[in-house]
Design a protein around this ligand. Structure first.
Ligand SMILES: NC(=O)c1ccc[n+]([C@@H]2O[C@H](COP(=O)([O-])OP(=O)(O)OC[C@H]3O[C@@H](n4cnc5c(N)ncnc54)[C@H](OP(=O)(O)O)[C@@H]3O)[C@@H](O)[C@H]2O)c1
Length: 259
């Protein structure tokens, strides 16, 4: 009997992860199942009801360091994973020392450790033409005071994704890091409470558009997907100008929490 063909999406309960599910359903109508990972089970059930594809729900806290639920199922089913989307993640805005230590270190666990562990456990189940999309961020391009740990975790995701792509070049996989600027999802509610940075509000992108471009860029096997002219401009600036200078500017912008 041939193995099931599946897609796996972390961060499936909201935002871009949820939009990736709809995109997978459109682009991979022949998949047998889609596996969804996040904490909010009820949210994932709602998403599952909206798609014409069998879904499995893995209610997991990725900050716990325990991925056994997913790992055991992979071992049991030995599916062919056609696509993996690592979208789970969160950011905490504010001064590093003013936040509690667990929140800051959980960011590293969810954004970096879980993404690394899940990629490591899924890769043996991928064949040629399999795809991996990792959600990094434009925060990966430059350190960001008051988004200190978050930006560092996303720099990790970008570096990890690019190096892995090169390492695995002969496996004929498509691997892309997605680096959007601000996107209208629940992310900012979680990251900044009631305060929002005015310049982020100005360039806020729609989740569906970012996801569509990410899918397209991955199908072209691009290592990087950057949505919007302003963020592409920021990428170029971060490559040209000294980071010591840019950090001063970002530090000033982030010092004014205003709508
Ligand atoms: N929105 C932006 O401006 C923006 C910009 C650049 C990059 N990104 C990145 O894009 C990705 C998706 O974010 P989004 O904008 O779609 O935000 P979102 O709507 O808040 O979605 C985040 C997802 O991550 C999951 N998640 C968070 N903590 C988790 C944990 N401990 N265990 C398991 N799952 C967890 C959430 O599910 P549960 O809460 O149900 O667990 C949710 O499904 C993230 O990696 C984010 O860093 C976002």
């Amino acid at each position: 009997m041939s193995s099931k063909r599946i897609g796996i999406v972390t961060g499936a309960s909201s935002g871009m992860g949820r939009d990736f599910i709809f995109e997978i359903v459109r682009s991979y109508p022949d998949l047998d199942e889609i596996w969804m990972v996040a904490r909010r089970e009820e949210r994932m059930r709602k998403v599952a009801k909206r798609i014409p594809m069998a879904a499995r729900i893995f209610a997991m806290d990725l900050a716990s360091g325990d991925y056994s639920l997913l790992e055991e199922e992979l071992k049991k089913e030995a599916p062919e994973v056609k696509i993996l989307i690592n979208s789970s993640g969160f950011g905490r805005y504010g001064l590093f020392l003013e936040d509690d230590r667990k929140s800051q270190t959980d960011m590293v666990r969810v954004n970096c450790e879980a993404l690394t562990a899940i990629t490591h456990m899924v890769l043996p189940y991928m064949k040629s033409h399999g795809r991996i999309i990792n959600m990094a961020s434009s925060a990966a391009f430059l350190p960001q005071p008051k988004f200190t740990v978050y930006a560092a975790t996303k720099a990790y995701v970008l570096s990890f994704t690019r190096a892995l792509k090169t390492e695995l070049a002969d496996r004929n996989l498509k691997i892309t890091a997605v680096c959007p600027g601000p996107v209208a999802t629940e992310f900012f509610g979680n990251a900044e409470g009631s305060s929002k940075l005015w310049y982020k509000e100005m360039i806020m992108a729609k989740s569906k558009k970012v996801v569509k471009l990410a899918f397209k860029d991955c199908s072209k096997n691009k290592d990087l997907s950057v949505y919007g002219w302003s963020i592409r401009g920021f990428y170029v600036i971060s490559k040209i100008f000294p980071h010591s200078l840019l950090l001063k500017i970002v530090g000033k912008l982030n010092s004014k929490d205003q709508v």
